[in-house]
Design a binder for this molecule. Structure first.
Ligand code: PGA
Length: 253
């Protein structure tokens, strides 16, 4: 049985006051949820504060995720943060290959694969994002796009590496747009991803968690999470509102 996972991607949002409030509210609101794993990804700047607060609160949820990493342990890389540094702060997960990083920061499939491996070597669990644009969907190439994004990582790290990783299917046309993929659309791609992995290793395919991301809301979460191959969510906008995020986490419990 795959345990559901809900991750809040806070993107470039938050002040110290907001971070404190959100961590406290999420910790209190998700206490007692035993069947779901929950994480939040604040900015690098706020991770230390979030780690400190989580320790003080002593709650089971949320764990911490980072939004990015640089694939070197340390050195002259001005402005960057490494996997060991994140692990040292108690961070568990790191998002790699988010479409915003692929698009705005020109991260290639190869660069994403390198980050994926560096995350694992540094003691973090990568959350690998894949997803097609609206144009690609309209051209009928959604499956081809997500599989080639996944294959770039499998080629570099090997299929076994998926044992210590999470995949997130995030159709770009659904991110921040209010347009959620229908549960059937999402399930279709999730199944394709899992079946593709199963061709190399059926045990790993059965165990790997595949999250859906793209305008997940409290109102759409239950139906999405009910799909056979959807193992939780990567939640952007709705993760900044405690009540909404807690409700999404409850849908996965
Ligand atoms: P959204 O973002 O929920 O605001 O669409 C999801 C994501 O980018 O991870």
């Amino acid at each position: 049985m795959r345990q559901k996972l809900v991750v809040g991607n806070w993107k470039m949002h938050g002040s110290r006051t907001q971070v404190r409030q959100l961590i406290e509210d999420v910790a209190a609101g998700t206490a007692g949820l035993n069947d779901v794993e929950i994480a939040v990804a604040p900015t690098f700047l706020h991770l230390g504060l979030a780690a400190q607060l989580s320790q003080q609160v002593g709650a089971e949820h949320p764990k911490l995720a980072a939004q990015n990493l640089y694939p070197q342990e340390q050195g002259a890389f001005t402005g960057e943060v490494s996997a060991p540094m994140l692990a040292d702060y108690g961070v568990t997960y790191v998002i790699v290959g988010h479409s915003e990083r692929r698009e705005i920061f020109a991260e290639t499939d190869q660069a994403v694969a390198v980050k994926f491996q560096a995350a694992q070597e540094g003691g973090l669990l990568p959350i690998l994002c894949v997803g097609e644009s609206l144009q690609q969907r309209e051209q009928g190439s959604s499956e081809e796009v997500v599989l080639s994004q996944l294959d770039a990582v499998i080629a570099a790290a090997g299929v076994e590496a998926l044992q210590s990783a999470v995949i997130a299917y995030e159709p770009i046309w659904a991110i921040g747009t209010g347009k959620t993929a229908s549960p059937e659309q999402a399930q279709g791609i999730h199944r394709v991803l899992r079946e593709h992995i199963a061709k190399s290793n059926s045990t790993i395919a059965a165990g790997v968690r595949i999250l859906y991301g793209g305008s997940v809301k409290a109102s759409s979460a239950t139906e999405l999470f009910d799909q056979t191959d959807i193992d939780g969510g990567l939640v952007g906008g709705a993760s900044l509102k405690a009540e909404e995020f807690i409700s999404i986490c409850k849908s996965a419990d």
